[in-house]
Each structure stands twice: as C-alpha cells, then as structure tokens.
Design a protein around this ligand. Structure first.
Ligand SMILES: Cc1cn([C@H]2C[C@H](O)[C@@H](COP(=O)(O)OP(=O)(O)OP(=O)(O)O)O2)c(=O)[nH]c1=O
Length: 202
C-alpha cells in the first residue's frame, strides 16, 4: 500500500513523519510520498466553519489521489491524506493573511482574546473516505502594536492560518491552549493515527 501526503505544508510533513517513525505494525517507519494538490479554497457562505474545513480536507485528499493516479497509474492501492486548518474567531473565519496589513489586522483581532483553531484530516483510497475534525481553543495575551509589527517583520505569519505559528515565535503570544497542540500546528497526531489504523495503513 502506498501512502501519499497531499500537502505542501512542512509542518504536516514533519508531523506525519513523527507518526511514521513510531510504526507499531512493522519495525520500520512507514514511508509516504508528498504531492501538493492545489484546490480552490474559497468559502461558500452557506456552509459552517466546520463544514468548510472538512470539505477542504476531503477535496485535498481526493485531488491528491487523482493527481497521483494520473502520474503513477492505479495498480497499487493508494491512500491519500489531505488536511486543512482555519482559525475561527466568533463567526469570522481567518485563513492565511493576504498581505502584511491583513496579518496586522488579524493579529490585532486575536490580541487578548480566545479563538478556535479547526483542523480537519481526511484519508481516502477512492472508494472509502474517513475524516475527523479537531477543534482547539487558544487564548492570546494582549499584543502591542510594536509586538505585532516585530512579529510580522520575521515573516513567520504569512503562510499560516490566523497569521501565527504556535510552534514558532507566535508561541510567545499563546497564554493558554485547550485541546490538541499538534492540531494547531497542522495535523492532530492522535486522531490522524486512528484514521491511519482505520484505513489499514498502520
Ligand atoms: C494556527 C497555526 C497554523 N499553522 C499553519 C498550518 C498550515 O500549514 C497553515 C494553514 O493553511 P492550510 O491551507 O491548512 O495548509 P497549507 O496551505 O499550509 O498546506 P496544504 O494545503 O498544502 O496542506 O497554517 C501553523 O503552522 N501554526 C499555527 O499555530
């Protein structure tokens, strides 16, 4: 069986590598290939944040499977993992910042407040698709304008949902977290491990 990670995210690669390393089914880590599948990530106003993030994870997995099959054929059974992370504050969905001004506005809105980080994971082999949504509550400390500008100047916020990385300098602003740390980074480890078992990868 072939496992493919349909993601361009270095965080997801590292986290899946962590799951692969502790492979209890065999003595060796399981191997996986990486194939970044590009999909339209626009939000449809009729869907909830939960429906949105789950839909994107499934679409990434299915697009990755189609891409992989087009490149390698369909003889070998292939399982593809897709995932998506969004930050939700109140009713507002915050994806990746469009530019630095947007990052500053997002960080100002997170300052001193709590928000939810939703990460969905989907695995598909074409006939069976399994998925899981994990929601984590994150409390930010108060940020000054100087904090926000200094953080943006590091470049870290620009490719991350909610304009921060808890695993990096953004961790300086996280006062409390309730839920899954790895889900905030981009891939919930416990839940992904269970899905890999369900698809018989692990
Ligand atoms: C909140 C938060 C998000 N992120 C990242 C995880 C995701 O990579 C990114 C959210 O964007 P996504 O669209 O979920 O993922 P991506 O475009 O980076 O990768 P792909 O679609 O190819 O899988 O934000 C962190 O690294 N740390 C954090 O604390």
């Amino acid at each position: 069986m072939k496992l493919v990670l349909a993601s361009g995210s270095p965080r997801r690669k590292e986290l899946l590598g962590q799951l692969a390393f502790l492979n209890t089914k065999a003595d060796v880590p399981f191997e996986f290939e990486i194939l970044a599948a590009d999909i339209d990530e626009s939000h449809n106003s009729a869907e909830s944040a939960e429906e949105f993030v789950l839909r994107l994870a499934k679409e990434k997995a299915l697009a990755g499977l189609a891409l992989y099959a087009a490149e390698h054929g369909t003889e070998e059974q292939t399982v593809v993992l897709g995932s998506d992370t969004i930050v939700v504050q109140g009713e507002t969905i915050l994806g990746k910042p469009k530019d630095e001004a947007d990052a500053a506005a997002i960080l100002a809105s997170l300052s001193g407040q709590s928000h939810r980080v939703m990460t969905a994971v989907a695995l598909t082999d074409g006939s069976k698709t399994v998925s899981k949504l994990v929601t984590t509550k994150v409390q930010f400390c108060e940020l000054t304008q100087a904090d926000i500008l200094a953080y943006i100047a590091t470049g870290e916020p620009m490719d991350k949902a909610g304009a921060y990385g808890i695993q990096g300098l953004g961790g300086n602003f996280v006062e409390a977290i309730e839920g899954s740390y790895s889900a905030v980074v981009g891939l919930p480890l416990v839940e992904t491990r269970a899905l890999l078992c369900e698809m018989q990868v692990l």
